[in-house]
Design a protein around this ligand. Structure first.
Ligand code: IPD
Length: 276
């Protein structure tokens, strides 16, 4: 059976290269446009970096399939099949990138038969590399990661992200969910503007939980392997098995805290990544 180690090595190489391109681009003038909503941003750098990653990987693995944030925005069908599939976010934290707010990452996940095999996330500002392969542990710059073992939500730090919808009804639910988390009470709730790096903070034990409605498969693919391999749990916001295409997630260091978060959340419907 293939262990995909070669693919992981290639993912690390291309993530570092892409991260360097992003780090240079952040210092230059940016051409910013919006996609699904005025707050869903894209720059030329997002498109160039995705092209760099996909063309590099496709030349090495021509029979593999690719799901990328910017290809999907350009109309390529976002479909997870049984084939080996790369799931790519070239710049996670595009709004941060636009403002030079130093929370920006390249994220590359890899799935076979719809099962996530490995994940690579590269923090472009501080050159931190997160990697994990199923059954082989999770690492930050080669040092093994371990999630927080805290079970008591009143001693937890919780992370979330806002998502692109800003209509009043969506914001009421978003703020209601946040109020519930704050009044649990937790130690605090943080928003850093990058789903992938927030999830890496859970994997690192720097936060106990993460939840979000409105993210995409490319925001969670790599990070899911990293959290699971660091000993944590990643699930659907209903408490069921994670569905990569469902645009919602709860992740935590322990099952107890994940279950607590799941019980508090009122859902926000963002549809699915794989709907036409
Ligand atoms: C977004 C960021 C943001 C989160 C969105 C993501 P992008 O990714 O991670 O924090 O709220 O849901 O889509 O667009 O910057 O790659």
């Amino acid at each position: 059976m293939e262990d995909w180690a070669q693919c992981l090595d290639e993912a690390v190489r291309v993530a570092r290269r892409a991260g360097q391109v992003v780090a240079c681009a952040v210092q230059q003038e940016k051409c910013v446009r919006s996609k699904s909503t005025p707050t869903d941003l894209v720059t030329e750098a997002d498109q160039q970096v995705e092209e760099l990653i996909i063309s590099t990987l496709r030349s090495r693995f021509p029979e593999h399939r690719f799901i990328g944030e910017e290809s999907s925005a350009a109309g390529v069908k976002c479909e997870l099949t049984d084939s080996p599939t790369w799931i790519i976010d070239p710049i996670d934290g595009t709004c941060n990138f636009v403002h030079s707010f130093p929370m920006v990452a390249v994220s590359i996940g890899f799935a076979v038969r719809k099962e996530l095999e490995f994940g690579v996330i590269y923090h472009c500002f501080d050159e931190t590399l997160y990697t994990a392969r199923k059954g082989h542990g999770a690492f930050r710059n080669g040092v093994r990661l371990q999630v927080s073992k805290e079970k008591d939500v009143s001693k937890s730090l919780v992370l979330t992200e806002i998502g692109a919808k800003r209509d009043s009804a969506t914001l009421d639910i978003f703020l209601g969910n946040m109020k519930k988390m704050l009044s649990a009470p937790t130690h605090g709730v943080r928003i850093i503007g990058s789903s992938t790096l927030a999830l890496c903070l859970v994997a690192s034990g720097s936060a106990e939980a993460y939840y979000q409605f409105g993210l995409h498969c490319w925001d969670i693919a790599a990070a899911t392997v990293i959290i699971r391999e660091a000993g944590g749990v990643v699930m659907d916001t209903t408490g069921n098995t994670l569905d990569l295409m469902s645009r919602r997630v709860v992740a935590a260091g322990t099952r107890e805290i994940a279950d607590y978060v799941v019980k508090q959340l009122q859902p926000i419907n963002y549809g699915r990544d794989d709907s036409d």
